[in-house]
Design a protein around this ligand. Structure first.
Ligand SMILES: Cc1cc2nc3c(=O)[nH]c(=O)nc-3n(C[C@H](O)[C@H](O)[C@H](O)COP(=O)(O)O)c2cc1C
Length: 445
């Protein structure tokens, strides 16, 4: 009897933006501005038959204690400009850029994404984010910023209008469109002809119930932080259940979380490298900054290698602006973290390492290939976004050592099968579009 076909593992490679995981000070670390950084990661990922190259994006440089945040990666060029340049030096790999549905306009963004689809021969994707805070909005403010509950409603209408624009051409050229919505009321002719994919691949990143419901009614791919296999299985099951409830085939939506992988020639070496990387990521100064983000008070007088201070009784002013929120209740977290640090006799830096750094996969190349294969077969994820902690060469070792093993296992392609990202991801050649999603667009016949 023949074996059932193995589930394929999709891979994406990211150049990280704002974070404290990238060790920019490491020997061999490149620049976050030079095109050579993006080119190296994209071409290496293409050598490893990855599905797409991925860029996250923040729309405001973060601040900490009223100054430019020292952990920020300021100066990175605009995503879609970088992706257009990467299109020229690659042939097959998909190009996915993050763009906010809160702070862009559909006509302009749909035009830029369709342009990338043309320039790349059908490899464009859009990671739809709603962006998390009012601080970002201050860069765009035109008399108020959108309340949290309205973000996904605007995002849904944004995508609906973008789809109408991408569909507004026929054999005779652009057709006049009119869209009357709650957030957008526009009409005219869309200037860019449909790209090879028609609708670029839509990725979504947002974790709340509203975010997940938006994903299953809108996106082709869900990007998440649930990279650890057990959490990944729970998240993917939830997405699949929501897809079913929304009347959608769950196999038509892919869940592709971000993960960090550390390799070593032996398991012990990999563990030692992981530990060393965590402490290079969390420098003494970073430890203080990250603890201040939770404690909400200035801790600069404390020794990062010394004991963890008692948290304040109440929250002070917000010291850090612009980070993606990962802790819902900072004061409660501060008390829980403090109690754990006291129990385990952790210094500030040890506590911050334990709480804020994470490597989901640590091991030898063959262990990692086996675990990634297992994760794909057991529904922990449909694939992963990888970013090396050292940019741009962090990904090289994975491509050289793990990719051949994944190919031997039959979970990774040995050549690109199709010209477009949509087809290479196994999403077919047509987008899934929610029934009635274009109801508000009128095309002149
Ligand atoms: C995995 C992940 C990645 C994200 N990446 C970005 C990003 O690159 N840029 C951005 O502005 N927001 C990003 N966000 C923020 C989301 O767009 C959203 O604003 C935030 O998660 C709040 O929505 P939620 O409550 O549904 O999670 C990301 C969120 C998640 C979960």
């Amino acid at each position: 009897m023949s074996q059932p076909a193995k589930r394929r593992l999709r891979l994406a490679a990211g150049v990280p933006g704002v974070n404290h995981w990238t060790v920019w000070g490491a020997p061999g670390a490149g620049s976050q501005i030079d095109f050579s950084t993006f080119e190296h990661v994209a071409r290496t990922a293409e050598r490893g038959f990855f599905d797409y190259f991925f860029l996250a994006e923040g729309l405001r440089v973060r601040e900490h204690k009223g100054r430019l945040h020292e952990l920020d990666v300021a100066g990175r060029p605009d995503n879609f400009s970088v992706l257009a340049a990467v299109a020229a030096v690659t042939e097959h790999i998909g190009l996915v850029g993050t763009a906010s549905a809160t702070f862009n306009e559909p006509y302009d963004l749909a035009r830029r994404i369709a342009s990338l689809d043309h320039l790349s021969g059908g490899r464009a994707g859009w990671n739809i984010v709603t962006s998390s805070d009012a601080f970002t909005g201050a860069n765009f403010r035109r008399g108020g910023y959108l309340d949290y509950p309205d973000r996904y409603r605007r995002a849904a209408e944004f995508v609906e209008l973008s789809r109408a624009l991408w569909d507004s051409w026929d054999a005779d050229g652009p057709q006049h469109y009119r869209f009357d919505g709650e957030f957008f009321d526009t009409e005219g002719w869309f200037p860019v002809a449909p790209g090879p994919q028609g609708h670029p691949v839509l990725v979504q990143a947002g974790d709340s119930g509203d975010g997940r419901d938006f994903a299953v009614t809108t996106a082709d791919v869900v990007f998440s932080r649930h990279g650890e296999p057990e959490a990944g299985r729970a998240f993917r099951s939830d997405i699949r259940a929501r897809a079913l409830a929304a009347g959608r085939d769950p196999d038509g939506i892919l869940v592709i979380p971000a993960v960090s992988i550390v390799l070593g020639d032996t398991p012990a070496e990999a563990e030692a490298r992981a530990r060393e990387t965590q402490f290079t990521q969390v420098t003494p100064q970073t430890a203080i900054h990250l603890l201040e983000q939770i404690w909400g008070v200035d801790l600069s007088a404390h020794d990062p290698e010394g004991p963890v201070p008692t948290p304040p009784d109440s929250l002070g002013d917000q010291l850090t602006h612009g980070q993606a929120r990962r802790v819902d209740d900072p004061l409660a977290a501060a008390h829980a973290w403090h109690a754990e640090a006291v129990e385990r006799d952790w210094s500030i830096r040890e506590l911050v390492v334990a709480k804020t750094t994470r490597h989901e996969f640590i091991g030898t190349p063959s262990q990692i290939a086996e675990r990634l294969d297992d994760a794909a077969q057991t529904g922990a994820a449909d694939g992963y976004v990888l970013s090396g902690s050292v940019v741009p060469h962090g990904i090289d070792e994975f491509v050289d050592k793990v990719v051949p093993l994944l190919q031997e296992r039959g979970v990774l392609r040995t050549s690109y099968e199709h010209p477009t990202l949509r087809e290479n991801l196994g999403l077919g050649d047509r987008p899934w579009v929610r029934e009635g999603a274009l109801a508000r667009a009128e095309l002149a016949s």
